[in-house]
Design a protein. Structure first.
Length: 112
């Protein structure tokens, strides 16, 4: 969902686009899953979460990775497993690329 902020900025909160405020991701047998938004990727590969050149260890808890992703005009913030991991980065979004893409490799991923 995009909302206008005084000064001409737009804030896109990915967690309001997905079915719930915190996405519960069940990677199952998938070796990798990710999201691409504004040309930037948030990727999980075998217990490693990567975003804009940063990487952190994130393991499923009871088969689930909880993600909250906030994207606004010039920043991307990723929180995993209730704040266990926090990654914030500045970015220059690709204006023509406003698509949200979800993908998985090596198996199915369920998002609740």
């Amino acid at each position: 969902m995009a909302t206008s902020i005084p000064g001409g900025f737009t804030r896109i909160v990915l967690s309001t686009i997905l079915p719930c405020k915190v996405a519960r991701v069940c990677p199952g047998r998938a070796s990798e899953f990710g999201l691409r938004m504004h040309g930037q990727a948030v990727t999980w590969t075998q217990d490693k979460l990567s975003c804009l050149g940063r990487t952190a260890s994130v393991s499923p808890v009871a088969g689930v990775i909880k993600l909250r992703i906030l994207l606004d005009r010039t920043s991307l913030e990723v929180f995993a497993n209730g704040g266990q991991i926090s990654m914030s980065s500045c970015l220059v979004p690709v204006e023509q690329n406003t698509a949200l893409e979800l993908y998985a490799k090596g198996g199915e991923v369920r998002i609740e």
